[in-house]
Write a protein that binds this ligand. Structure first.
Ligand code: ATP
Length: 297
């Protein structure tokens, strides 16, 4: 399997903060890899180092077989999308994309294709600053597509969006992966959304990779769950009748899932359909402290 990103034992310190502590991961060509972790885990630092935008203190990084910090050729064919896309505000999106196309030597047809693929049709003549947050993110993705990338690195592309838009943006990444074979490395602090789209998960906390592997394996290792809900007593009853041993603490219900994640999610969706609000679902593994949180149901 061709590896498009290789990170091995990478360390990075900012003053007193040890932001990365021996991080290793690999991204296979054609995969969607989800990088999960709470704020401050080191995701952005790691992505910036992978892109060669920041120097590492120690360790090895290869982007398309080259050191990204030393060799800018490593970034050819790498598209980047940030949490809040920064593009010239007053220009119509199509003009922005045409300008990018001139830089990359891309044809007008490819620009139209990028507009269609990213779901921007009907909005391409609007100025960037007139777009909704979701459409801005689509414009940023179209901007990346104009360079005909093999790899897209997306740093929390959904964190500024409402739940419906979040799902749409992630679906778009899945479509691009299927249609173009685009490799995707996407970071998030919401497990439920990245879990759904990734073939491989990397979970970070406090500068270290804590878990890595296919979603079902990673999830299988996360068993202590805390559900925050509008009605903990009713949820406790539902969980107990499904055979879970749960305990109520304030608005939280905690339980050991013991591998029965599918059963838990069935109970939660039944609870939601009965009118309970599920505010969050956190996995609180020892040493991981709320590594990953869920979306509202
Ligand atoms: P977030 O989602 O909040 O961006 P993250 O997982 O991306 O979180 P990083 O932004 O990589 O985490 O930050 C990792 C740690 O390094 C944090 O403690 C952060 O405060 C610190 N840090 C990041 N960049 C710098 C910097 N330029 N100078 C000093 N400290 C920094």
């Amino acid at each position: 399997m061709e590896k498009i990103v290789v990170v091995s034992e990478v360390w990075k310190r900012f003053g007193k903060v040890q932001a990365l502590q021996g991080v290793s991961l690999e991204v296979n060509k054609g995969a969607i890899v989800g990088l999960l972790g709470p704020n401050g885990a080191g995701k952005t630092t790691l992505l910036r180092i992978i892109l060669g935008l920041m120097r590492r203190d120690r360790g090895l990084v290869e982007l398309q077989g080259r050191d990204p910090y030393r060799d800018p050729r490593s970034r050819h064919g790498v598209g980047v999308v940030f949490e809040r896309p920064v593009l010239p505000e007053s220009l119509p999106v199509k003009e922005l994309l045409m300008a990018a196309a001139r830089i990359h030597g891309t044809s007008k047809d490819q620009v139209d294709e990028a507009i269609a693929e990213s779901g921007l049709e009907g909005h391409e003549w609007k100025p960037f600053n007139a777009l909704s947050a979701g459409l801005k993110q689509r414009a940023a993705i179209a901007h990346a597509l104009v360079s005909d990338p093999v790899l897209l690195i997306a740093d929390e592309p959904t964190s500024n969006l409402d739940p419906l838009e979040r799902a749409k943006i992630l679906n778009l990444l899945v479509e691009l992966n299927a249609r173009r074979g685009l490799t995707v490395l996407v970071s998030s602090h919401v497990v439920s959304e990245v879990l759904r789209v990734s073939q491989e998960l990397v979970i970070m906390s406090r500068g270290r990779v804590r878990l890595r592997g296919p979603p079902e394996e990673v999830l299988g290792g996360l068993n202590i769950v805390r559900v925050r809900t509008s009605d903990p007593e009713s949820l406790w009853k539902l969980l107990s009748s499904a055979g879970f041993e749960a305990r109520v603490s304030g608005l939280n219900v905690e339980l050991d899932v013991d591998g029965a994640h599918g059963k838990l999610f069935k109970v939660l969706s039944a609870a939601a359909s009965q009118g309970l609000t599920i505010y969050s679902v956190d996995f609180v593994e020892a040493g991981l402290e709320n590594v990953i949180g869920g979306e509202d149901a």
